[in-house]
Design a protein around this ligand. Sequence first.
Ligand code: NI
Length: 217
Amino acid sequence: MVVLVLSCLLCLVYLYDRKNEQETYIGAAAQYNGKRVALTFDDGPHATYTKVLLGGLKERNVRATFFLVGENIKGNEDIVNMMKEDGHLIGNHTYSHVILNEVSWDAALLEINKTNEIIKEVVGVLPTYIRPPYGGWSEDMLYEVNLTPVFWNVDPMDWNLSDVGGIVKSVVENVKDGDIILMHDIFDSSVAAALEIVDELQKQGFMFVTVEEILIS
Ligand code: NI
């Protein structure tokens, strides 16, 4: 009997602690400073690193935007579905990462439409946003494809830096309200840096949103 009472008491103490922990967490996350920022990831999905990234974003309750390369989707359909289930926005980044305004008009359309179809096959809806590789875009394309091009304001050149601290510093020191950050989920260092960036900016009260939430408001 005594053991039973004691274990009940311990259980209550444990539950009380858990409750406090949760309240502290909610309290910390609620210190929103009114600034919003969008993380975007190009060139994936990657079988390993994108999965790690999705796990980390979920833990931190963060939604991001992924611009997928069509030819990288085959075999990684589960990852693309995970993106959708977790509330991330999925966009087009061409089929084979071409510079759209440097290939023929027909080739450009094929690159875009093929990727649109593959994304629709996997998640059931057509994307509405495109990130043109290297920013190569012509306004004429707007009339031909039903996609809004999305560019960026903050570029830490993560594809060129394996130094996680350097990537984090470059973003954290330059970011401001309404910015769109360009990163790539095909490198170990980029994923590690992205999660550190989230931790640091959340501490500062930033809220992470999809590009759609930045562009529409
Ligand atoms: Ni790219």
